[in-house]
Every structure is written in structure tokens, then in C-alpha cells.
Design a protein around this ligand. Structure first.
Ligand code: NAP
Length: 434
């Protein structure tokens, strides 16, 4: 266990970019307030960066160093906001081995190596806190790790990537194409020059893995999360969803699948959400997470999911907490992956779908289509038939399924393709939030 100290707590900051510069500002701005809240002074002893010669406004250049390996050995608390896997992973392990507590915002690292890092922190008897790694300023890690730990989480469903929410929102409200909305998001600084991590859902999958691990007391790595991006969404999909009373959102979803073996289903994909669902009204680059638990019921957490100051706020909350823990000679609650629930393949997820396609307008077609769904054990909730302009021999069918196995619905779609009365393209999208 960490010894109680009478002297200032030494804080090393790794990174001084979008987030790190704000953490440095917050650390240096009101030191007396921080001292009162922590119970001891927090002393910034160094800032690790790639380019120490670049001046940083408001920061004493003597604090800057590229020798991050040395810096972490002379700190009580290391704040890692440099990003990436290496050297961040090695530096955090070194800090923990030296008995330092660690605060990180690095979701990519936790999604890839979380179990190793949590274990190292536990062995060293120090804290590893990571509130800022999911949904920026929004408190969601601590609610899952502490406030709701006596309850039973049933599902976590959230909008955890601001870039894709902005793009989908502009497609919905302005009728833009995906590429038009993306170009606008890049011009406004909401999307990176290389938007792959956001639009292909790698970022959201990393966050989903962290949320699922905490909610269901198991280890879920980012690579195990089923992931679909938003690049294939068309204005027609958005319009069709709107006609039915839905909006398309990129959702990160973690639920329990209770078959013979209890499994965790973790997935990130676009989905149609009813307009009256709390997640439907999350606009622009905001994030929101909807948690359902057995006893607390439905809880919604929302706010700014990124940005230097909002993310810096979450980092500072962790910093004050781990500093308080050190002063009391204790560490916060450990992670408890005791259930060892495996991650279910996407085919085992339970969901609804809306499927639309063109059919020949002739007797018996509906019966043929219905029999395909019946054969796969998928029951149909509603069927919508729309006449096509200029065509009297064909019609567009829209089928809303009830909840079924994802794999069964996709098998039914594959078989629909073999019917001579059905013409491509068959469009399909999952429907969530009922
Ligand atoms: P950023 O603006 O790119 O800043 C990265 C900082 O780390 C820079 O100061 C850079 O030094 C330093 N750095 C990078 N590699 C280094 C290395 N090998 N050695 C020493 N210093 C190194 O990144 P950011 O946006 O602040 O993000 C930081 C972390 O916070 C990431 O894990 C990210 O996922 C997470 N996060 C960010 C946000 C957000 O809104 N930006 C929100 C939530 C979580 P130089 O300045 O010299 O280049």
C-alpha cells in the first residue's frame, strides 16, 4: 500500500496536446483550490512531449522534456494524455512499477491492453483511473464502477463518438450526403484529416469494450467488439427512417445474452432509433449513454464527449480522486472481472431489423416473403408497401421484424435474395431502443 506523504504530491504529465494543455492549465490555474480539495499540494514536476523546444503558452519551458522514461520515475501520479499504444503502455507500466498512481484518457490502449494494466495497478496497490477514456466529460466510468456496482446492469447503449453523431445529424437535418457532412465536420475540426478511426467505428468499439467490461464484470477487448461504420449510410436510408418515425444513430451496445451459457453481446453499428427515445435527440458532436439496470431502472448520461477542456475536466476529477486516495494510503475500488462471461458472436445478438426491397406486384408475393422469415423463426411486426413511381408491375416492401437472433434475420435476408420475385438492392438496418 502507498505510504502517506507530508510533502507535495508530484504530478507528471505525459502529453501537452489538445487534452494535456488543458490539464496543465487546470493544474496551474488554481493551486490553492486543488490543495484544499486534495488535502495536499499538487506539484507539476514535468511534462513529457515529443517536441520540448516548441513553446507552449502559459507553461514554463523548463517543465518540458522528451525523456518520458525518466520523468515517470520521479512522480507520485502520472497523467497519460499522449495517446497511442507505445510508448504509453510501457510508460504506464513503468510508473505503476515505481509505485505511482496513473490517470489515463487512452481508450485505444485500454481496449487493447486494459487487463494487463489493471492487473499491474492492483499488484502495485495503486490506482489506475480512466474516466476521460469514454465520452470525454461525461461521468460514466465512475457510475458503472462505483455507483451502480451493487445493482445488475442489463444493457448499456450509447452514442460515444461525436464525429459520427455530427455527420449523421447533418445528414438528417440538412439532407447532406455522407461525404458532404464529413467534409464539413473536417472543416470545423470535429473530424480528423484521416477519419477512419471514427467513421469505421474503431474509436466507438474501443469505448464499447471498456463499458462492457465494467458493466458486466468481465474482460472485453476492443478487437472482440463487432464493428460496422457509417460510410454506407445514404440520404435515402435517413429519409426512409424518418418516414417511419426513426432517426439513424451510430450506437455502441452492450447487453447480456442469456442462452445456455451467459454471454455478453458487444457491438457498434448504425441503427434506427425511435424519435421519442432519449438517444434520438442527442444532436451534433454530443455524446450520451443510456444505462438500464435491474433496480435503478433507466439512467441517461449526456454531455460533451470530447474537446480539450471537457476531457481535461474528467482527467482532473480522476487526478484529485487518486491524490486523495494516496494521502489516505489507499487505492480506489479494483476492477472485478469475476464473471468471465465470453463475448457472443454477432449472430447471437438479439435485435430488430427494418428490411426494404423491391418486389414484383403480383398475387402470392407477400406469402413467399413471409414464409422465408417464418422458416428462419423471425416474426414480422409490420409490412409497408409503397407503389413505385412510373412502375405498375413492381412495389417497394418495407418489413419491420420483431426481436430475433441477428444471425437468423441475416439468413432470412440471404434467402430473400434467391426469390425471383425480389429485386436488389435489399437495404437493411437494425432497429434499437424499443
Ligand atoms: P494530441 O493533441 O495529439 O496530443 C498528444 C501529446 O502527446 C502531444 O503533446 C505530443 O507531443 C505528446 N506525445 C505523443 N507521442 C509522444 C511520444 N512518443 N513521446 C512524448 N510525447 C508524445 O492528443 P489529444 O487529442 O490531446 O489526445 C490525448 C489522449 O486523450 C488520447 O489517448 C486520446 O484518445 C484521449 N482523448 C482525447 C480527447 C480529445 O477530445 N482530444 C477526448 C477524450 C480522450 P508534441 O506536442 O511535442 O507533439
Amino acid at each position: 500500500m502507498v505510504p502517506v506523504t507530508d510533502s507535495a504530491l508530484r504530478v507528471a504529465l505525459l502529453g501537452c496536446g489538445v487534452v494535456g494543455s488543458q490539464v496543465a492549465r487546470l493544474l496551474l490555474e488554481k493551486p490553492e483550490d486543488l490543495r484544499s480539495r486534495v488535502g495536499q499540494q499538487l506539484e507539476l514536476v514535468g511534462i513529457g512531449v515529443r517536441h520540448p523546444d516548441v513553446p507552449r503558452p502559459g507553461i514554463d519551458s523548463a517543465l518540458l522534456t522528451s525523456d518520458t522514461a525518466e520523468l515517470v520515475t520521479r512522480a507520485d501520479i502520472v497523467v497519460e494524455v499522449m495517446g497511442g499504444i507505445e510508448p504509453a503502455r510501457g510508460l504506464i507500466l513503468s510508473a505503476l512499477a515505481h509505485g505511482a498512481s496513473v490517470v489515463t484518457a487512452n481508450k485505444a490502449l485500454l481496449a487493447a491492453h486494459g487487463p494487463q494494466l489493471y492487473q499491474a495497478a492492483q499488484q502495485a496497490g495503486v490506482d489506475l483511473y480512466f474516466e476521460a477514456a469514454v465520452a470525454g466529460a461525461i461521468p460514466i466510468i465512475r457510475p458503472l464502477r462505483e455507483s451502480l456496482v451493487g445493482d445488475e446492469i442489463l444493457s448499456v447503449m450509447g452514442i460515444v463518438n461525436g464525429t459520427t453523431n455530427y455527420v449523421l445529424d447533418r445528414m438528417t437535418t440538412e439532407g447532406m450526403s455522407f461525404s458532404q457532412a464529413l467534409v464539413e465536420a473536417q472543416a470545423l475540426g470535429y473530424a480528423e484529416a484521416d477519419p477512419t478511426a471514427d467513421v469505421e467505428s474503431y474509436d466507438a468499439a474501443a469505448k464499447a469494450s471498456i463499458l462492457a467490461s465494467l458493466a458486466f464484470h468481465t474482460e472485453v477487448l476492443g478487437a472482440a467488439v463487432h464493428r460496422e461504420g457509417i460510410t454506407m449510410i445514404t440520404p435515402e436510408d435517413i429519409e426512409a427512417a424518418n418516414d417511419l418515425g426513426y432517426v439513424i444513430k451510430l450506437l455502441a451496445i452492450a447487453t447480456l445474452v442469456e442462452d445456455e451459457v451467459e454471454q455478453v453481446s458487444v457491438r457498434v453499428h448504425p441503427a434506427m432509433v425511435p424519435l421519442d427515445h432519449p438517444l434520438a435527440i442527442v444532436r451534433g458532436a454530443y455524446n450520451a449513454i443510456f444505462v438500464e439496470s435491474r433496480n435503478a431502472g433507466r439512467l441517461m448520461f449526456s454531455g460533451p464527449g470530447a474537446g480539450g477542456a471537457p476531457t481535461g475536466s474528467a482527467v482532473m476529477g480522476d487526478l484529485v480522486t487518486v491524490a486523495r486516495n494516496r494521502l489516505r494510503g489507499t487505492a480506489g475500488p479494483p476492477l472485478t472481472p469475476y464473471t468471465n462471461r465470453p463475448v457472443a458472436p454477432i449472430a447471437e445478438a438479439r435485435t430488430r431489423y427494418y428490411i426494404s426491397f423491391t418486389v414484383r406486384d403480383q398475387p402470392g408475393v407477400l406469402a413467399q416473403v413471409a414464409s422465408v422469415f417464418a422458416k428462419h423463426g423471425v416474426s414480422i411486426s409490420t409490412v409497408r408497401q409503397t407503389a413505385l413511381a412510373d412502375r405498375t408491375d413492381t412495389a417497394r416492401l418495407g418489413i419491420m421484424t420483431h426481436t430475433a437472433r441477428d444471425g437468423a434475420i441475416r439468413d432470412a435476408i440471404t434467402q430473400l435474395r434467391t426469390l425471383t420475385v425480389v429485386a436488389e438492392p435489399i437495404r437493411s438496418m437494425r432497429v434499437e431502443g424499443h
